[in-house]
Structure formats: C-alpha cells, structure tokens
Design a binder for this molecule. Structure first.
Ligand code: HAM
Length: 412
C-alpha cells in the first residue's frame, strides 16, 4: 500500500471543518482591513528564491524542492513573499499608486527534517503590503496579525519584535558581531561556526544554549541602529503601546531570510515545543528594487496553519451539524424519498440517506454516526397515509406530520 510522503499530511474530513473555520475567519478579517486576495503559482523559477532569500539562507541552501526541467530549474515555493513581489511587478500592480495590500492562503514546501510542527508541505496564511515605509503600517500589520489570532480563538501567544535597521546598519552589526564572535568561535556550535563565516546575524537566534549565552553577553540591544531607523522603531513601539498591543523587544530576533530590514517580528506559542513560532514577518526595503521594480518598501507576515491548529490545542471545537437523515423502508418509499431529499436540498436543508439498504436499526446507527440532528422515517405504509415520522435526535422525541409539510417544519 502506498503511504504519504514524510513531512506531508492528509487533512481528513473531520479536521477539514477546523481548516475551513480558520480560512473563513482569515478572509473576513483581511477584508476588514481592506486587503485583497492574491493567488500565485506553486512553482516558480528557483532563481527567484536564490536571489531574494539570500544564498546563505537555510531554505536556499538545503530546503528547496527543485524540479529540473531541461534548461530550467523550478522550485516548489518555500514561502510567499518573493512570489508576490514577482507577481506585483510582472502584472504592473505597481503602476497605479504603487501601494497595495494583499493576502494569500496556500501550501508551501520546504525539504526539512520532519518533526512535530515542522512539515515538508505546510500552509501559510499571510499578507504583504507594498509601497510604504510608514511605521504606522508596521503597526497595522502587527495589529492585524493579533486580530487574526484573537478571531481564531488563540490565546497564550507572545509577540516578539526587533529592528534590524537599514542595509548599512545590518552590515555594521554583522561586522561588529563577527569581530566579537571570532574570539569565541571554538565555543560556538558547529552550525554557528559556519554562520560566522557566511551569515553571522543568524548566530543571534541560534537555539543552542551555549551560543545563546555567548550572544547575550556580547550583543547590545538597538545600539547599532542609525538615527532614522531608531526613530522608525521608536514610532512602531509607541503606536503598538497606544493600541495596547503587548510585545517583547527581542534583540536576538533576526529572522532567516536576507530580504528583511528594519522591523521584524515573530509570534510564538508555548503549546508548540521546539517549533514554537506560529507566525512571523517583517519589513523588506530592497526586495521590490532587487526584482527590477521601483524603490518601494514592503512589509508582511505569514502564519503556519498547522501550527495555529496545534496552538489551538488540537482541533477546534466542531461546529454543530444540522443534518437531516432520511430512512426509507420499501421501494415506493425509497422512490418518494429521493424527491423529498431534492426538495430539502432546494430549501438549503443539508440531508442524506442510506444507500446500503440497511435495516431500520442499521440505518438508525448510520444516522447516529453521521451526527444527524433529525431523522425522517418513511415506510410504504406511512406513504399510503401521506405521513412521515420526524425524530429529534437531541431529545429522542418522535412525531408524525403530513409529507407536504416537511420542508416548512424543518426550516423552522
Ligand atoms: P517563515 O518564518 O519562514 O516566514 O514562515 C512563517 C511561518 O510559517 C512560521 O512562523 C511557521 O509558523 C510556519 N512554518 C515555516 N516553516 C514551516 C514548516 N516546515 N512546517 C510547518 N510550519 C512552518 C516566511 O515564510 C515569510 N515569507 C513571512 C513573511 C511574509 N515575511 C514578510 N512577509
């Protein structure tokens, strides 16, 4: 028998309602904030991600699902931001005001070592706003992320924020860190010894305890920021306070992708174990230009849906089903039953029946398994008298009504 590919997951019918609830809620909240949905392809040219995420990013180095197609190399998208900026430029969405608020839902792919909360195919709910450097926008985006969590019914999360500063600030910080960390390099973990050479900022958010200790001693909070970036970050923090959004300043937060600068943030949850980020995002000042567009800034974030569901403490409460289950006994009743089902469905009453010719007892069991709220029983004898039995499954009461009244009765 074939099995699913490791790191992928079937979303089975009894989980789908939780997914739908999250998706419906997300669409509702995004439209309250005036964001429009965008859907981009799952495959892109691999070079798009190499260029934008950075050659030293872990995603690029070892996590891309690549498809070699004659001369072209495609990748299954590992994230949405680069694709959306590509689409924004390719489709001239920058030609009107240049400012646009977009959201997206869909699968992403990373060739990671699977574990709880870490999959090879996972799903993002995210947004990207392109065209403004205003700190007020950083605040809108972070507050939107929080609104989504509140509306998903998730509590117990922590919003961590930091500012990486502009490109010059990042370079200065990298140089200073490199110099300081060189002296301690033998104490760093194997990965951080590599990062020291290629991407020293990533040493800051290494999970290894010794690395964390070294970094804490060395790393001064926002001293590396230039006056403009310091002022930008100051405004973001002030306005978040104004909106009563609780956040923690986390100088070690650098994020793994090259395109970030200035504000970065991550939302963690204690129910998740080692993979505790339910969502993350930040500002990108050079990405649009890097991909051939104007000098426009963007900011966005993405939630991992699987992690949202884990944070919600397994699957969310199932919505109460309103299903009518029809049991027919005899040929004439069966034939009339099909008409009744059509009539109910036309009146938007969800209903189903038994297609396995079960006995009354067996069909009642099937109705129970289907979590029907009402069972209708129609035998040939009832049909002759033009009546049908209606059983309310919540209190097991049963009554008979004329067949033609059934839709009206069930609509109430
Ligand atoms: P990211 O931090 O790589 O950011 O991913 C965002 C979220 O996706 C993570 O916080 C996590 O919840 C979820 N996630 C990531 N990898 C996995 C995985 N292997 N299995 C399950 N869930 C995962 C981005 O992708 C950026 N594009 C976010 C962004 C948008 N920044 C600006 N705009």
């Amino acid at each position: 028998m074939f099995k699913h590919v490791p790191g992928t997951k079937d979303i089975l019918p009894d989980e789908v309602s939780s997914w739908q609830k999250i998706e419906i809620t997300a669409r509702k909240i995004f439209s309250l904030y005036n964001y429009q949905e965008i859907r981009t392809p799952i495959i892109e040219e691999a070079a798009l991600f190499n260029r934008t995420l950075g050659a030293t990013a872990e995603i690029v180095q070892k996590q891309m699902f690549l498809i070699h197609n004659q001369e072209d190399i495609y990748a299954l998208r590992p994230e949405g931001t680069a694709s959306i900026v590509r689409s924004y430029l390719e489709n001239n969405l920058d030609k009107e005001s240049g400012f646009i608020k977009l959201y997206y839902l869909g699968p992403m792919f990373r060739l990671e070592r699977p574990q709880k909360g870490r999959l090879r195919q996972f799903h993002h709910i995210g947004c990207e706003v392109i065209g403004s450097a205003e700190p007020a926008l950083d605040v809108e985006v972070i507050s939107l992320a929080e609104q989504l969590l509140k509306n998903f019914g998730i509590t117990g999360y922590k919003i961590k924020i930091n500012s990486l500063g502009c490109t010059k600030d990042k370079q200065a910080l990298s140089l200073a860190l490199k110099e300081k960390l060189q002296k301690k390099s033998s104490q760093l973990c194997f990965d951080c010894q590599q990062r020291l050479k290629n991407n020293v900022l990533r040493v800051l958010d290494c999970k290894n305890e010794t690395c964390q200790k070294i970094v804490k001693e060395l790393y001064p909070s926002d001293n590396h920021l230039c006056p403009e970036c310091l002022a930008h970050f100051g405004k973001v923090k002030n306005e978040l306070n104004n909106l009563d959004i609780a956040f923690e300043i986390t100088p070690q937060l650098v994020r793994g992708l090259d395109y970030y600068n200035r504000t970065v943030f991550e939302i963690t949850h204690s129910n998740l174990g080692s993979q505790d980020a339910i969502g993350a995002g930040g500002r990108y000042s050079n990405l649009v230009k890097e991909l051939g567009g104007q000098d426009l800034e963007g900011i966005g974030f993405a939630f991992g849906v699987e992690r949202l569901l884990l944070a919600k403490n397994s699957v969310m409460q199932k919505p109460q089903k309103k299903l009518v289950y029809l049991i027919t006994l005899g040929q004439a009743a069966k034939s009339r039953g099909l008409k009744i089902l059509n009539q109910l469905r036309s009146a938007e009453i969800p209903c189903d029946t038994d297609y396995l010719s079960k006995s009354l007892k067996g069909a009642m069991r099937a109705a129970n398994d289907a979590e029907a709220s009402v069972v209708l029983i129609l035998g040939d004898d009832e049909l002759k008298k033009n009546i049908i039995s209606v059983k309310d499954m919540s209190n097991s009461t049963q009554r008979e009504i004329p067949i033609e009244n059934i839709t009206k009765e069930l609509k109430c």
